[in-house]
Design a protein around this ligand. Structure first.
Ligand code: FES
Ligand code: FES
Length: 161
């Protein structure tokens, strides 16, 4: 078994771990760091459930090896809520707008949308739909997800004033 030591900053905490060179970033996050909020659906880059932020950009953790993340900053869905339990505006908006049912896809949507709203704080509905086009949800029909993103963008704009 080939192994290598990697150092990554995950949700603000630096960790150094020995990993198998073939282990996926998604499996490293879930199985080695026990951050199971990141979900695995298709495991080949299609569903978006495994999306995390790598150096601030949304990335599919099933398409990266853990060793490729050496030296990177990673944020997972566990980073979104505050320590006092208050939800990130996107999480609150998903809850308020019934934008999740089973919730399996939700972590991937949230991390995709954190990156998206950083880049485009006041998106149109068309832009929101384009942004989530790589994330599959089997439950919601997407309409309430779009509404949630619109609410979150208004909330985040208010926070920035
Ligand atoms: S599990 Fe990574 S894109 Fe589906
Ligand atoms: S809420 Fe069930 S797959 Fe999206």
């Amino acid at each position: 078994m080939n192994t290598r030591e990697i150092t990554v900053t995950v949700n603000g905490k630096q960790v150094t771990e020995t990993v198998e060179t073939r282990i996926l970033l998604a499996d490293f996050i879930r199985d080695q760091l026990n951050l199971t909020g990141t979900h695995l659906g298709c495991e080949h880059g299609v569903c978006g459930a495994c999306t995390v932020l790598v150096d601030g950009k949304a990335a599919r953790s099933c398409l990266m090896l853990a060793v490729q993340a050496d030296g990177c900053t990673i944020e997972t869905v566990e980073s979104l809520a505050s320590e006092d339990g208050s939800l990130h505006p996107l999480q609150q908006a998903f809850s308020d707008n019934h934008a999740l049912q089973c919730g399996f896809c939700t972590p991937g949507f949230l991390m995709t949308l954190v990156d998206f709203l950083n880049e485009n704080p006041s998106p149109s509905e068309t832009e929101i739909r384009e942004a989530i086009s790589g994330n599959l949800c089997r439950c919601t029909g997407y309409a309430n997800i779009v509404k949630a993103v619109e609410q979150a963008s208004r909330t985040l704009a208010g926070q920035g004033e």
